[in-house]
Design a protein around this ligand. Sequence first.
Ligand code: HXC
Length: 259
Amino acid sequence: MSNDDALILTETDGHVGIIRLNRPKVLNALNPELMSMLAAQMEAYDKDSNIYVILLSGSEKAWAAGADIGDMAEQSAISMYERDQFATWERIKRVKKPVVAAVSGWCLGGGCELMMHCDVIIASETAQFGQPEINIGVMPGAGGTQRLTRALGKAMAMDVILSGRFLTAAEAVHHGLVSRVVPKEHFYTEALKVSQVIASKGPIALRLAKEGVLKAFETPLSEGLEYERKLFYTLFATEDQKEGMRAFMEKRKPEFKGR
Ligand code: HXC
């Protein structure tokens, strides 16, 4: 991961496809070029049969301080509508493989919204989270009012979105916005370890389990349960199910193949 000019840096580690946001001078502010490269790389990993898990990281100082304010400042409602930047975010939303986020430092605005597109979130104890769009005359636009409210509940989400205040990592984990908080010097290595643990599971089961959890946000309970059952039955058509259950019975480690 060495190209200083690249907006994102990539590498793989076993079955983990790694992406690092790389605009250090502007705290990884998300401009359309970066978002478009990010979506394309996530789609590439999603299609790559050797990759089971995607790890998305920022730097120790900033995951991302939001959408690029300089890029938006002089836009009009029509130009915002015509550039249709949320089509890129939809592509990220559609990624089927588990996405682990390694979050440290600033995680604000569109940055927080990007984090909420991820599945397992490992945060440094120094991370700060917020939707401060209200301070610059707007409001969240990439899902903040919806996903933050589902994560935190109405009272906390209103507090964060209307006052523009930041949440500490301790508050974020307490309210279920992130999965785990770790010391700042270990945030990336811990996230990689978690990614490797997830990547050791059956890749088809991983994808369907993710689909099941995300369905919980879209459906009433009875429909979600019905959906889950169908995903569960589907896994009995895979070799990985036979391998996983036989390995348990034979007291050995399973070797999943994604079939
Ligand atoms: C463009 C940004 C930026 C951003 C920081 N920078 N955030 N540039 N867009 N979102 C730039 C600064 O201009 C500065 O550039 C450099 O990064 C370092 O930032 P400083 O402000 O000097 O750092 P610091 O004093 O440590 O303050 C950190 C900060 C602050 C609290 C994170 O930068 C800040 O408030 N940033 C904006 C946060 C925000 O409002 N996010 C929401 C954006 S709107 P120079 O050239 O001066 O060194 C949004 C809408 C999403 O996200 C809608 C969906 C897409």
